[in-house]
Design a protein around this ligand. Structure first.
Ligand code: G1P
Length: 357
């Protein structure tokens, strides 16, 4: 049976993304001009998914407002509340009725990756396996689920082992036959108090089930921290075909791919790509980029930004030494002084007012 349904896990609290995640779920953080979840939904739709079950925290409003009924991506959306963050297996179990007796794709809503989901689904469908995971070689696998595999078959799987027996980390994309729900019933919480999907898959293996793995060679990041968000921003900026639709004056210099949306004016500035600036923004006397995303309706005056995300309706003025590796939320007012001599690295939540001295 073909996979038509995907369960997207969006209930995580995003503690390492505070204060940004106080204002909205981490899955809705802006990367390369749209919420991370928007990129994920597009990929799921391209892979032929027709129905999505969005697992939300008890307050689902922000997620519902963005995804609505899913039609924008040609899919239908169902919302399922996970009352407490008790682990990925617990979150998936919330979707038991939504999934019914069908195979499914499970996608962690904070993961960005460079991989054809359609190919992952096709291989799973052809394999007759009970589960499939994506894995990637990482330097320090101790913070991930770790897989031991031979010839594409998973032998063993352990969540965050102190002494990993391989460097293959589990990436946040899984495919399952519905038997996974029977296995979830039989697992106990882990040492960190969570029902781990890794433990469920390991139990499936112990029951004699077949689990396959594909190694991902391209980009993968889960948006745990501001540094992760910036890497994801840089990755997606390079996927976009960027167009200059705003106005750049003759005193400005544009190098590399730059996206400038309608109504935006750039004066006396240097823009280095890849960078993206939304609608109706004003950029004057600035050096911007590379790897910068600025939202709509922003005013950036006399400042330098490199490897930064600045969200909608934000004003930044007089930071000539600039910001690097910074994430600035919505409706922020940030002013510096002409004499600020060193670049700042800063994370600012929505609606803050900051004077940099
Ligand atoms: C979760 C999974 C882990 C996986 C990781 C990928 O970890 O438990 O197996 O490698 O996602 O993002 P967590 O984000 O809960 O620490």
């Amino acid at each position: 049976m073909a996979i038509r349904k995907a369960v997207i896990l969006c209930a995580g609290e995003g503690t390492r993304l505070r204060p940004l995640s106080f204002c909205r779920p981490k899955h809705l953080m802006q990367v390369a001009g749209r919420p991370l979840l928007g990129w994920i939904l597009e990929a799921l739709s391209e892979a032929g998914i027709e129905q999505i079950g969005v697992i939300t925290p008890p307050d689902p409003d922000a997620l519902r407002e963005f995804v609505e009924d899913g039609k924008r991506w040609g899919m239908t959306a169902t919302y399922l509340v996970q009352p407490e963050p008790l682990g990925l297996a617990h979150a998936l179990d919330t979707a038991r009725e939504f999934v019914g007796d069908e195979p499914l794709l499970m996608y962690l809503g904070d993961n960005a990756l460079e991989w054809s989901l359609a190919q992952f689904i096709k291989r799973f469908e052809e394999s007759q396996a009970q589960a499939a995971v994506l894995v990637k070689q990482v330097d320090d696998p101790r913070q991930y689920g770790v897989v031991e595999m031979t010839g594409g078959q998973v032998m063993r799987m352990v969540e965050k082992p102190p002494e990993p027996r391989s460097n293959l980390a589990i990436v946040g994309v899984y495919a399952f036959q519905p038997v996974i729900f029977d296995v979830i019933e039989r697992i106990a919480p882990s040492a960190r108090g969570e029902y781990e999907i890794t433990d469920a898959i390991q139990r499936l293996l112990e029951d004699g089930g077949r689990v396959i793995a594909h190694e991902l060679e391209g980009f993968w990041e889960d948006a745990g921290s501001p540094a992760d968000l910036l890497r994801i921003n840089g990755f997606y900026l390079r996927q976009l075909s960027l167009e200059l639709r705003g106005v750049v004056d003759a005193a400005s210099v544009v190098e590399g791919p730059i996206g400038l949306d309608v109504g935006t004016q750039v004066t006396n500035s240097r823009l280095s790509g890849p960078s993206l600036i939304g609608k109706d923004s004003v950029i004057a006397n600035c050096t911007i980029g590379p790897d910068v995303t600025i939202g709509s309706n922003c005013h950036i005056i006399n400042a330098q930004l490199r490897n930064c995300i600045v969200e909608d309706d934000t004003h930044i003025e007089n930071l000539p030494a600039g910001l690097i590796e910074s994430v600035i939320g919505r409706q922020v007012r940030m002013t510096g002084e002409e004499c600020c001599s060193r670049p700042r690295r800063i994370v600012v939540g929505d609606m803050c007012c900051i004077e940099v001295t």
